[in-house]
Design a protein around this ligand. Structure first.
Ligand SMILES: CC(C)(COP(=O)(O)OP(=O)(O)OC[C@H]1O[C@@H](n2cnc3c(N)ncnc32)[C@H](O)[C@@H]1OP(=O)(O)O)[C@@H](O)C(=O)NCCC(=O)NCCS
Length: 196
């Protein structure tokens, strides 16, 4: 069974191993394979920071003792943007993809954000990353713009697609079936009012 939960400082070593694994497995992560120069201590400090910030979190998907995916969001730091979150990272180990885990992680982080009363989640995706674009569109994110040639994949310049989703107020729009840890109710069934 897969469990999705906030990471704790005790996960630091396993989290770094997961990050390095997905860097090596996907051409569309920010870091190239082997480029991420972090340590368990640095990851522990980051996890602690996410836990303290109030409007930021990092969730892990755990199968037995293995972390198989993560989602991390960071909130704004000043009064006028504290309601906005940036999805800084979402990834699933290659052998665990196409089993619904990306959706579960995204829904769990949306659920968390709504419960915190946050109002907007934004993200950037490399334009050729069709899997991620499809995932975000499936979950109600819409395209807001393009940063042209924002990344270099080797010699190839690729655009970054900017996407966002507004979150309903009310704190109960997303309902995780905690017992079975199934996918969330569709967002369209949300009883909350639409954001202004
Ligand atoms: C993007 C990613 C997180 C999706 O995770 P996943 O567990 O495979 O996704 P799911 O199985 O939950 O699929 C959910 C939806 O994503 C889309 N999707 C996922 N894989 C896809 C693929 N290979 N082709 C097309 N659509 C795909 C589909 O819309 C899918 O819905 P569907 O099953 O109804 O078709 C995963 O491919 C990944 O980790 N990629 C590498 C890291 C990355 O690119 N992260 C995003 C950075 S912005």
């Amino acid at each position: 069974m897969i469990r999705i939960r906030p990471l704790t400082p005790a996960d630091a070593e396993r989290f770094l191993e997961l990050l390095q694994a997905v860097d090596a497995e996907s051409p569309y992560m920010l870091y190239e394979p082997g480029e991420r120069k972090s340590t368990p201590d640095k990851e522990r400090a980051r996890i602690n920071w996410w836990r303290m910030a109030g409007n930021s979190t990092v969730l892990g998907a755990e199968a037995k003792n293995l972390l198989v995916g993560f989602a991390m969001v960071t909130g704004g730091t000043v009064t006028r943007n504290r309601h906005c979150l940036t999805l800084e990272g979402l990834a699933v180990r290659k052998t665990w993809r196409r089993k619904g885990l990306g959706s579960k992680l995204l829904c769990a982080v949306l659920d968390w954000a709504v419960k915190q009363g946050l109002r907007r989640m934004e993200l950037g995706v490399m334009a050729p990353n069709a899997e991620a674009l499809a995932l975000y569109e499936k979950h109600g994110f819409t395209r807001e713009g393009v940063k042209r040639q924002a990344f270099l994949l080797g010699d190839r310049a690729v655009d970054q697609v900017l996407m966002a989703r507004l979150l309903p107020a009310g704190g109960s729009a997303f309902l995780i079936d905690k017992e079975k840890n199934r996918e969330l109710e569709p967002l369209e069934k949300s009883p909350g009012p639409e954001p202004q």
